[in-house]
Structure formats: structure tokens, C-alpha cells
Design a protein. Sequence first.
Length: 175
Amino acid sequence: MKKICLSSMILLFLLLCSNGMKAQPNQTKLDQVDLIKQFIGKWKCEMDKGKMCYIDVKLYGTALDEKRKFVKKDKTVDTWKEIIGYDKNTDKYIDAQIWKSSPDIHLYALRFTSKNVCEIVLLKDISNPEQADIKWTWEFKSSDSVIEKTTKNGKEVSVLTYTKYTPEKSDLKYF
């Protein structure tokens, strides 16, 4: 009788305790290859002191080919090119960027954390993006509007709004 009573008490205890425990919700894995396509197109952004940024992003297989120009008073002040390719081992995109004004190559890691938010960190921070000293967050507000927030050491240092557009003939010199 003692065994049955003890077994019943243990079973009752386990049932009561397990009622409050819940399994981790199943998170749907984000399709990084599909989500990256949101970047495709021509974008522009008015920056500080009358500087404009023009971006042209094209699909290249599962990668992106990007050209960016910075223009002030109808004069190109700098440009960069980059290729952003998918790494299936990390399920992230790796970005190699070269500025015309710099001999260095800049390497970044990109990952979508939700369907409309992409986080970008330096490649050295790929394994621990939460601890990155600098981070760029791109939040797609619609198919033709995205907000870029730059955070340094946990402080937001800039916010830019890019809009997708069809260039005028006078803008084509930037692409």
C-alpha cells in the first residue's frame, strides 16, 4: 500500500509540476536566401549636408552584386562595390566590400532575424553578433522603404531612410 501511495504522490507531483512547464516554441527557420532578395533594386538616400547615396543591387545567382555611389552637388565623392554571397555552413550572408577611396577590403556578415529585419556586423563578430561593437540594422518598412540604424557600443549613432525608385535620366550616371 505504501508503494502505491508513494507512486501516486510522485505521479501527482510530476503532473502538477509539468503543467507549468512548456516546451520551447518551434521557431520557423528563416529562409535567408529568399529574404535577401528584398535588397534588389535601385535605392537612394539623402544623407547629411546634402550628400546623396545611390545604390544599385542586382541578383547574381543566390548572391547580390551591389554598387554604391555617394554624390554631393552632382559630383561623385566616393563609390564602393560589393558582392554578398550565401554561406550555407553559417546560414548567413558574407559581404565583401571594396571602396574606391581605400585599399582595404571590408568583410561583413548579414542575417535576417525576422522577415523584415536584417542585421549586419563585421565578419569577426559572426559567431557572437549580439556583442558586436558596431552593428547595422536594416528594417524593411515596405517593399520600397527601408530604415538603416547604425549602433556603436550599444548607442544608436545614425538613422537613414532609403527609398526604392526608378532613376531619372540625369540619375543614370550614378549607376
